[in-house]
Design a protein around this ligand. Structure first.
Ligand code: FDM
Ligand code: MG
Length: 205
């Protein structure tokens, strides 16, 4: 048996990442495959708890740099487990990852290469699906009240994500006006294609 595929679903807040990753995991399990879903930030780890405080409590002060490094550290906390799962033949589906890390901090004005540096060496996805919302206001419900859930900031984040649109293994899917099943039907062939490949060793950022 070959290794499992690393499949990432990225996008802005309210794009439907969490819905689509859970649909995808269900579908893969129905095919009899071993699948694990990991959502970043993982708010349950010690570092994830700090990140959660930072996101929900706007009076919780951290410099932009240190907040950024916590998000990266949260990925490093789980990276060994991700590699082990892939080697054991488990498909790992990620809800956000390195690209969110860079896009959200670079949107604050920090240098994008500086933002990527702490993530260098993390496993690289075999497939990235970016759920693209062209009009974040009209098609979806409103934002919650976490840090970053602000329309103007989301627009800056989107500009940062767009810089990745030519990354290897990247696919942009427009989701405006589509229902859950429509989007799932577009996700599925992309996933099947990567599963049909004989994946060699895990690539790294
Ligand atoms: N976020 C997420 C970052 O700023 N950096 C990161 O590395 C990651 C993974 O955290 F606003 C932001 C994106 C979002 C917030 O994410 C919480 P969820 O998906 O809404 O839980
Ligand atoms: Mg959110």
């Amino acid at each position: 048996m070959g290794r499992g595929a690393l499949i990432l679903v990225e996008g802005l807040d309210r794009a439907g990442k969490t819905t689509q990753t859970s649909e995808l995991v269900t579908r893969l399990r129905n095919e009899g495959l071993n699948v694990e879903l990991i959502k970043f930030p993982d708010r349950t780890t010690p570092i994830g708890k700090l990140i959660n405080s930072y996101l929900v409590d706007k009076s919780f002060e951290l410099s932009d740099e240190s907040a950024h490094l916590l998000f990266s550290a949260n990925r490093w906390e789980l990276s060994r487990g991700i590699k082990e799962k892939l080697h054991n033949g488990t498909i790992v589906v990620l809800d956000r990852y390195v690209y969110s890390g860079v896009a959200y901090t670079a949107a604050k004005g920090l240098d994008a290469q500086w933002c990527l540096n702490p993530d260098i060496g993390l496993p690289r996805p075999d497939l990235t699906i970016f759920l693209n919302l062209n009009d974040s206001q009209s098609s979806r419900g409103g934002f919650g009240d976490e840090r970053y859930e602000v329309t103007e900031f989301q627009q800056q984040v989107k500009l940062q994500f767009e810089k990745f649109f030519n990354e290897p293994n990247w696919n942009t899917l427009v989701v405006d006006g589509k229902n859950i099943q429509d989007v799932a039907e577009e996700v599925w062939p992309l996933v099947q294609e990567v599963l049909s490949k004989d994946l060699k060793q895990v690539e790294l950022f």
